[in-house]
Ligand binder design. Structure first.
Ligand code: ADP
Ligand code: MG
Length: 211
């Protein structure tokens, strides 16, 4: 995964978030304050504008800059959480121009630790962690059995999709949705859903033949 892949990922996230903006906001209207799609649209459109007009020496530097943009431009819970995830992932990639399969695994693990530390959240709390945690586990398992970076990322994205759907029967224990108590049951978590979209965007970018 090089700087071009990282840039394409952010551009693809901005496209997918725009496509799903109303859907994400609709999910957040059921158990939150109906702004998740709007929040992510604002953040990732600015992040995409930044990375397409700036030169970065490494994918790590690019993703760190995306994290900074998300933290400064996105309100709510998701801005700082996603911002931290991208900053931690970028930092974990170090100064290598080409991140290998193990390196992307470490970046995903750091992103997860960043979110659970800042959010004081764990699997089962009905948050983005319920998509990110199984994705990291699936990625690690795939690389452990010899999968390429792109194939491991496909497994990770599939696990994130499953994890997002599996939030439906859960009661929210963190974030705004937790104020609803048992009434949060029966709805898919917006942040877990957007995490699955973000990881699906990386899967799609890595599956593209090189230009
Ligand atoms: P807000 O809840 O402030 O309106 P958003 O609507 O943009 O922010 O994001 C809501 C999402 O943020 C939730 O669906 C959940 O996935 C995630 N979230 C909220 N609080 C936490 C937390 N403490 N840890 C992890 N994720 C969280
Ligand atoms: Mg919200």
């Amino acid at each position: 995964m090089d700087t071009t892949n990282a840039r394409s990922w952010v551009v693809e996230i901005a496209r997918v978030v725009e496509e799903n903006k109303d859907y994400l906001t609709h999910l957040d209207s059921a158990i939150g304050d109906a702004d998740h799609g709007v929040n992510l649209s604002r953040g990732f459109s600015q992040a995409a504008a930044l990375v397409t007009t700036t030169d970065y020496a490494t994918p790590g530097a690019l993703l760190t800059a995306v994290g900074n943009t998300l933290i400064s431009k996105v309100g709510g819970a998701s801005g700082p959480l996603y911002g931290t995830a991208f900053r931690k992932a970028g930092k974990a990639m170090g100064d290598t121009p080409e991140v290998d399969a193990a390196g992307l695994g470490r970046a995903l693990e750091e992103a997860l630790t960043g979110v659970t530390t800042l959010g004081a959240s764990a699997v089962g709390d009905k948050t983005m962690v319920d998509a990110l945690d199984p994705a990291v586990a699936a990625y690690r398992a795939a690389v452990g059995s010899g999968a390429s970076l792109a194939d491991a990322m496909a497994d990770a994205a599939a696990a994130a999709d499953e994890g997002a759907k599996a939030t439906i029967p859960l009661q929210a224990l963190k974030g705004r949705a937790s104020y609803l108590g048992p009434r949060s049951v029966g709805h898919q978590d917006p942040g877990a859903t957007s995490t699955a979209l973000l990881l699906g965007a990386l899967r799609d970018v890595l599956a593209r033949p090189p230009a």
